[in-house]
Design a protein around this ligand. Structure first.
Ligand SMILES: [Zn+2]
Ligand SMILES: [Zn+2]
Length: 150
């Protein structure tokens, strides 16, 4: 994706700027992403935490994900737009919801996960590899390799 990138919530109270390529990007069809977004899936890029500058104060809601890992979801306390994900699974990275990007078409997902809970009325990406649930360690290596090659 083109660097630096930027994005913001609907009301503009929370803005961010990033200076590093995502370590990986994916589309997640898990139930938590569905509930949080109100949509069928969640497009997220995961970037090194230190490369992301956040202005404003997102609020975080922490929950135990279906995978058993702790996940904190960041949103604008003023307008409610979902913006960020902090996941125990990838402690050095921060997830950014691609829909909040100023250039959302720069988002390049390499895989789709939790396809087992994809909704009948949602759309699975026709070309991207599919993982039924959370990626295991072996899946993760493949995902990182795919992302490095993209
Ligand atoms: Zn806002
Ligand atoms: Zn998810």
């Amino acid at each position: 994706m083109i660097l630096p990138y930027s994005g913001h919530c609907t009301c503009g109270s929370v803005r961010y700027h990033g200076t590093a390529q995502p370590s990986f990007s994916w589309i997640c069809h898990c139930r938590d992403c569905q509930r949080t977004s109100g949509g069928a899936s969640c497009p997220v890029l995961y970037v090194p935490q230190h490369s992301l500058q956040i202005e404003g104060e997102p609020r975080y809601h922490t929950l135990l994900a279906e995978s058993g890992n702790k996940v904190s979801r960041g949103f604008c306390a003023n307008c409610g737009s979902p913006l960020f994900i902090l996941a125990d699974l990838v402690p050095d990275l921060q997830g950014v919801w691609a829909s909040s990007l100023d250039q959302p078409d720069d988002f390049e997902p390499v895989v789709q996960v939790w396809c087992g809970s994809a909704r009948r009325w949602g759309t699975l990406h026709p070309q991207l590899p599919r993982i039924a649930r959370a990626p295991d360690a072996e899946d993760f290596e493949k995902i990182l390799a795919l992302a490095a090659g993209s």
